[in-house]
Design a protein around this ligand. Structure first.
Ligand SMILES: Cc1ncc(C[n+]2csc(CCOP(=O)(O)OP(=O)(O)O)c2C)c(N)n1
Length: 289
């Protein structure tokens, strides 16, 4: 199925943004940490296309793609990560802790789901039809707060969409070594709908998810589990997998780039000019008032 231009544009933007971040680290121009979503870009691109302006997004430590797919704001995000003028949160949030109306991320695993459930309750009361969408990884199913939130979401019929980016590894622990049973089985235990997504074409993904997300808006929570590869290290240089293991993972990028090399080049150039422009800015000043 051909990629609608907007989807390919967003996926390529996120790919080149994440690659540029790793290059900035390698050159010593960035400090702190970062977790790139290389290989997982299609997930937020597909999901964002199903979201409405009143919906709220809760993101996690691997959240640059979630933000860029929702707001197309590489300047604000890079300035935040680099602590430069124009930063989204004055440079105090960094890569993992972003806030913008309708959007919140946290680096603390599992912290977002109870907040998402609370937001979903608020939305059900004040903005009927709107939903809270929380992105979590498979490793985060080891956190007890996840189950407290799912229990309440099911019991109170909250408009909660949980997007699981199941990349099969949590930092350096293969999921198979840490998770008993399955995410589908855990959803079933709460009577929550679950769907498994393996496609990488956002339009195709949305076609499958749209009727389920429509039900979320009327109080039927959903767990959408995406099987994805994590192509990069956990953060910057801490990959415990062999190069052969990583090379064997599927990557959507070669096919999408080959389908439209001009678009790929344009997005690479856009990111390069964002990097040049933001890097030249003075440091952000934290207004503590
Ligand atoms: C409560 C908590 N414990 C530990 C960490 C350190 N940590 C950051 S990411 C991560 C693994 C996350 O795995 P997963 O949820 O599968 O997401 P992925 O990194 O694979 O996207 C860990 C252990 C954390 N951020 N929060």
């Amino acid at each position: 199925m051909p990629q609608p231009p907007a989807d390919a544009t967003a996926m390529l933007l996120i790919r080149h943004f994440e690659t540029a971040l790793l290059e900035l680290f390698a050159r010593g121009e960035l400090s702190g940490t970062t977790h790139t979503c290389l290989g997982q870009e299609h997930v937020p691109v597909a999901v964002s296309g199903l979201l409405e302006p009143d919906d709220h997004v809760l993101s996690n430590h691997r959240g640059h793609g979630h933000y860029l797919a929702r707001f197309d704001d590489p300047e604000g995000l890079l300035a935040e990560i680099m602590g430069r003028k124009g930063a989204l949160c004055q440079g105090v949030g960094g890569s993992q802790h972003l806030y913008r109306p309708g959007y919140l991320s946290t680096g603390v695993q599992g912290e977002s789901l109870p907040v998402a459930a609370g937001l979903a309750l608020h939305l059900r009361r004040r903005r009927p039809g709107a939903l809270a969408c929380a992105y979590i990884g498979d490793g985060t199913w080891g956190e007890g707060a996840v189950y407290e939130a799912l229990n309440i979401a099911a019991l109170w019929h909250l408009p909660l969409l949980v997007v699981v980016e199941h990349n099969g590894i949590a930092q350096s622990t293969p999921t198979a070594r840490a998770m008993a049973g399955t995410i589908a089985g855990r959803a079933a235990a709460f009577g929550i709908a679950h769907t498994l997504v393996t496609a990488t074409d956002p339009a195709r993904i949305r076609a499958g998810l749209a009727p389920l997300v429509a039900r979320v808006r009327h109080g039927e929570p959903l767990i959408a589990e995406f099987r994805v590869p994590r192509l990069g290290p956990h953060s910057k240089g801490d990959d415990t997998r062999t190069a052969e293991q990583v090379a064997a993972l599927d990557d959507w990028y070669p096919a999408v780039a080959a389908a439209d090399p001009g678009l790929d080049r344009a997005q690479r150039d856009r990111v390069a000019s964002v990097v040049a422009e933001v890097t030249a800015r003075p440091m952000a000043e934290w207004d503590q008032g």
